[in-house]
Design a protein around this ligand. Sequence first.
Ligand SMILES: [Zn+2]
Ligand SMILES: [Zn+2]
Length: 394
Amino acid sequence: MNKYLARANQLVPELVENRRHFHRHPEVRNELFETVKYVKAQLEDMGYQVQEICQCGLVVLAGGKKPGKCILIRGDMDALPMPEDTGLEFSSENPGAMHACGHDLHMAMLLGAAKLLKEHEDEIEGTVKICFQPNEETFGGAKAMIEAGVLENPHVDAAFAIHVGSMADVGTLDYGKGLTMGSADGFSIHVKGKGCHGAAPNSGISPINIGVHIYLTLQELLAREVNPAEQCTLTVGSMLFGDGATNVIPSEGVLNGTMRGFNAELINHLRQRVEEISVGTARVFGGDAEVEWLFSSPAMYCDPEFTDEVVRYAADVVGQDRMIPKKSRATGSEDFAYFGEKVPSQIFWLGAGVDDKTKRISNHNPKVLFSEDALPYGAAVYTQCAIEWLKEHK
Ligand SMILES: [Zn+2]
Ligand SMILES: [Zn+2]
């Protein structure tokens, strides 16, 4: 058995305890003050000097005793703003927040890796930068860490992350090469009309009528203006107009949505078209509209050569038969893509599905369950990939 996996198996009680602590106390966005306090205390106990590089973003360095390159390993820490409905005895005690994306497991695995790396610090030929990232779910954390200089001092040569998946068997590692996950651009279209009595529509301008026409035109935008060979989605997730009255035409409303794709040039063109369609359609009916861009994350690029290397190292931990090349790319997004834009990167999807397949539900569901049996694999894969990559790239 791989030596890091053997040791990680001994650490299971600690990995599980940490994971359950995080699960019980979820925090969202970059307001992870209690989470960060806990992670920091654990890292300090291991002997690390912890740096808070941006709001609720932590970095520690392992190794550095022998010359060499620097590899960054990243785990994200934020939960989702949603109530939990798993019935677990360690369910969220923070109403309206839940670790439904498995970032509680990511923290536990990365803390496990930090411990393993500390125990093997003399063997590290270079430096491992261990990075606890806030605010992945709204695509702000990776960007904030990079802007705060996480890729320098020492300069980072490659970056690696793991995300757990609730649908795959424990210990499988799913990976892609090239563009593997879509970009994400979030928007709010604020529609302005003129409110009036529902019995006299001629005296006002209905923002609902405008909103519906914008909605339909946006769906046609993809059907008529995008090459069918492109993979691209535009989803309006909510339309908020009025307060439930039957006889009132409201004065304004909003459509919220996201665009996903793999072609940055096309996405830029579509951003411009979303604005033209929204404003133009509103004006046709005598109203107005304004598009607010809420977030933007690039498509995830996994460097093929770096991928081949980390796949080889990780196979030693989980077994070659559990390394699964992706059959297709996903339109879901990950802000680790910001790292992928800067340095050779890879994000593995670690299977953490519960044994009973009928109970498997995807990430972001209030009933999602993750198997804690995945924890030692995650800790060992982080460690193995970091140490082995540095050994081969002196
Ligand atoms: Zn998520
Ligand atoms: Zn996630």
